[in-house]
Design a protein around this ligand. Sequence first.
Ligand code: ADP
Ligand code: 5GP
Length: 210
Amino acid sequence: MKQKGLIIVLSGFSGAGKGTIMKHLLQSHPGEFNLSISATTRQKRQGEEDGRDYFFKTREEFDAMIENGELLEYATFNNNSYGTPKSYVEQLVNEGKDVLLEIEIQGALQVKKIFPEAVLLFVMPPSADALKERLLGRGTETEEVVAQRLAISTKESQYMSQYDYLVVNDELENAVENVYSIISSEHLRTARNVENINIIKEDLKKFERS
Ligand code: ADP
Ligand code: 5GP
C-alpha cells in the first residue's frame, strides 16, 4: 500500500556524528532513502564536493534563493547560511519516498511547523568531552571554530526536548540501527495508514451478519 514519504529530520550538536550515521544508513539500506542536499554559504571543506555534500553558494546566490521562495527552511549557523531546497523534498514526498534532512535546530523546528507529520531525531554524543574529541579528531575546523561550535551546542541543548526521538551515538552501529528502527516504526503508525485501515474495513464487510 502506497504511503506518502516521510520527512525525517536529523539534528544534533556539531561533531555528534550526524553525517557519519547518515552515510552508514544510506550504505546499509541502498535505495531506501534520499538525502536532501542543502545550500550553504560556508566554505567547502577538503574532500567535499559541490552537489554531493552541499550546493555551495555565494551570499548573493543564497539570498536570491530565499527571495525566489526556493528554500523550505533556512538558518544561520556560526555566521554561515544553510537552507533546504524545497522542490526536491516536495517531489520525493509526493512520490511516496522518504527524505532525510540533516539540519540544525532552528531549521528543524521550521520544518516541524510546515510539516507537523515530519519526524525529528536528535543525535547526541555519549558525553560533552566525547563531542570535543570528535570535533577535534575530525580535523576539519580550527581550534577556534571548534570552540565556537561547542559553545553553540550548549545553547542548542535547551531545544532537545522538542524533538520526537533522542539517539545516543556511542556505538555507531547501534545508533544507525536505532535510526532505522525509528523510521520503520513511524511507517507503521495508524495515522499514516488510514488507507490500509479503510481497505480492510471494507473487505471485512463481506463477513457482516445482519
Ligand atoms: P556531525 O555530522 O554531527 O558534525 P560527523 O559525522 O562529522 O559529525 O562526526 C564527527 C567525528 O566523529 C568524525 O570524525 C566521525 O568519524 C566521528 N564519529 C562519528 N560517530 C562516532 C562514534 N559513534 N564513535 C566515535 N567516533 C565517531
Ligand atoms: P556543517 O558546517 O558542519 O556542515 O553544518 C553546520 C550545521 O548546519 C549542522 O548542524 C548541519 O546539520 C546544519 N545544516 C546543514 N544543512 C542545513 C540546512 O539546509 N538547513 C539548516 N537549518 N541547517 C543545516
